[in-house]
Design a protein. Structure first.
Length: 106
């Protein structure tokens, strides 16, 4: 992977405990654990007719330098949107992490 193709900044978000409330219950929120350079490749979105409504989704594939701690439970923040990670692949000999994401409807 050539570094010149990684020309976008993305934040890796992870659900973490940020404190406790009066009942000592954990307060959870999405926290940026890293900001990295990435290559963003839009994939073809799709539209479906579900529950008598037309729904659509935007999908994107990102390439970043290999990160062992990245999981499908994490999220990506890119271009003002939040993306759920659906699949992670390792390219080469732990050189690049490639992952497919779907935009959240927030």
């Amino acid at each position: 992977m050539r570094a010149g193709k990684m020309d976008r900044r993305v934040k890796i978000l992870r659900l973490q405990e940020i404190g406790r409330n009066e009942l000592n219950e954990a307060l959870m929120d999405w926290v940026a654990v890293a900001t990295v350079w990435a290559q963003a490749r839009p994939n073809r979105g799709d539209e479906r007719f579900e529950a008598q409504q037309l729904t659509g989704s935007a999908t994107m594939t990102f390439h970043i330098r290999y990160r062992r701690e990245l999981t499908i439970e994490d999220r990506i923040s890119y271009d003002g949107r939040t993306w759920d990670i659906r699949d992670i692949r390792e390219l080469g000999r732990r050189v690049v992490s490639e992952f497919d994401c779907v935009a959240r409807a927030d």
